[in-house]
Design a protein around this ligand. Structure first.
Ligand code: AMP
Ligand code: MG
Length: 482
């Protein structure tokens, strides 16, 4: 029986300035930790003919599949606002796999050893952060949010040195592509028009072939990427997801959530929530995500200027016109998303204040974001006296009056709310609990957690402990580059 690999590598055929040809650095003693058989099936891959040893060899990069052609991709990026040359310093793209219906997926190993872009890093990754990316990316997918996926994690049998010595690991990541805003920034900075055109045409061919015959492709691309990013951020805001490092190198041109580093889900509603230990100024705080998204898109627009018009002034005017649509588009989509969360049909002048008043109340009362919507759907896991408070009762009366318009019925509004308000999210303390056990060789809590996160909108029995926010989560911190 064959596995079903169908490699058709296109990025590796681009000129050498786009990448370094390099294989993963073999590891000492690979051992499979987790394999995502559901995703494998979606990719038309079947690893059942391989024993665990062979699977471990494969997903550690020790034995490369036929047809693969490994590269490290070059890119740059604004990290916390500062422009830096980056690139895959600890990852290799082993190739592009085509599923049976010809959908194209990047297969990338993260933690696969040093490359030309490693700078001072060791090119490796630790088990905890790789499993963390696995859990959160799969949770995001199940929440219906575009994201890279996780196919496997293997331990390397080697230690990686961070603050302490940790188990090394390799994550296999699957993505529509790994082309980032930072990829454009890298090529644009080289100031070679033919290379910029090559990347641009590659992206249109691969991701947006529907604009191929347009007379204003660069502007169309900017607009599509802007629209996709707005949709993505609105989705993050819906579930309380905080990416943590929205650097331009961590913004995918395909519109997927990418590079799960110090990300986390917000428990108590506070728009200024930051989890990342290095985000001292709150640049990537929950409420700042749309602002930063626009900032990153402006960097993307700058890269496209030479392609928009030969007259730079005209090109800037056209790009600015698109970028200037951000706020209005975002607000409209955010309002509609919040209307859905509240089960509201149609549009009413007072919707925005109704929504903001609820958020203000949640903030003042330090209420859990996810569970407040569970309360409104009558799916509270524990009685909470705060909801008896006068301010909340007055708000609820306004909400219930608003619910009555547009022929809304309880069946209809509950159905709408249930579609967009998750009952479970990957709560930080549960993530940490699972990872701490996994580090000691016990994968059971991780497997169980992944199972709970599979259908986040469905009611399940005995999931209280996954729904409760941690009582000691106030100073929860996450770390980058681990
Ligand atoms: P990230 O924080 O994972 O988005 O990584 C930012 C940049 O640092 C990318 O260019 C990574 O490839 C690089 N990087 C992160 N960790 C390491 C490491 N351990 N060794 C080499 N490069 C790294
Ligand atoms: Mg990154």
């Amino acid at each position: 029986m064959t596995i079903g690999w169908c490699f058709d590598n296109t990025y590796s055929k681009l000129p050498n300035s786009f990448k370094e040809n390099i294989n993963p650095v073999p590891v000492r003693k690979p051992k499979l930790v987790i394999l995502n058989n559901v995703l494998a099936k979606e990719l038309n891959l079947d690893f059942s003919s391989l024993d665990n040893k062979k699977i471990s060899e494969l997903f550690s990069g020790n034995s490369l599949p036929e047809g693969s052609d490994s590269i490290a991709q070059a890119y740059a990026g604004h990290q916390f606002g500062h422009f830096t040359m980056l690139g895959d310093g600890r990852a290799v793209l082993i190739g592009e796999h085509l599923s049976k219906n010809k959908d194209r997926y990047d297969i990338q190993f993260k933690g696969s050893g040093k490359t030309a872009f490693s700078r001072n890093g060791d090119g490796r990754a630790a088990l905890g952060p790789m499993l963390r990316e696995y859990i959160i990316s799969e949770a995001m997918h199940n929440l219906g949010i575009p994201t890279t996926r996780s196919l496997a994690v293997v331990r390397t049998g080697e230690e990686v040195i961070r603050e302490t010595s940790l188990h090394g690991a390799v994550l296999t990541r699957v993505a529509l592509s790994h082309i980032r805003v930072g990829t454009f920034q890298y090529i644009a900075a080289r100031q070679k028009r033919d290379e910029l055109e090559m990347l641009f045409n590659y992206v249109i061919e691969r991701h947006y072939p529907n604009i191929k015959s347009s007379k204003k492709k660069p502007i169309d691309l900017l607009e599509i990427v802007l629209d996709n990013q707005i949709d993505l951020i609105v989705n993050w805001m819906r579930v309380g997801f905080i990416h943590g490092v929205m650097n331009t190198d961590n913004m995918s041109i395909s519109g997927e959530t990418i590079d799960y580093g110090p990300c986390a889900f917000m428990d108590v509603y506070d728009p200024k929530t930051v989890f990342s230990s290095i985000d001292q100024m709150g640049r990537y705080a929950y409420c700042n995500q749309p602002v930063i998204c626009k900032w990153n898109l402006t960097r993307f627009a700058e890269c496209l200027i030479p392609l928009i018009d030969h007259d730079q002034k005209k090109a800037i005017e056209q790009a600015t016109e698109i970028i200037d649509t951000f706020e209005k588009k975002y607000e409209e989509k955010w309002l509609n998303m919040m209307r859905d969360k509240l089960g509201l049909f149609g549009v009413d002048d007072k919707d925005k204040s109704l929504i903001l008043d609820l958020l203000t109340w949640m903030h003042q009362k330090k209420k859990d974001y996810t569970n407040t919507f569970c309360h409104l759907m009558n799916l509270e896991n524990q009685k909470d006296r705060d909801f008896e408070d006068n301010d909340f009762q007055n708000w609820k009366k306004r909400w219930q009056d608003r619910l009555k318009i547009k022929n809304n019925t309880p069946e209809k509004f509950i159905k709408l709310m249930r579609r967009v308000n998750p009952l479970v999210i990957p709560r930080n303390h549960k993530v940490e609990e699972a990872l701490s056990e996994a580090n000691q060789g016990n994968l059971k809590p991780t497997i169980q957690f992944l199972e709970i996160l599979k259908n986040p909108y469905n009611e399940k029995k005995n999931i209280d402990e996954y729904q409760m926010p941690s009582l000691s989560n106030k100073n929860y911190k996450t770390f980058c580059g681990t």
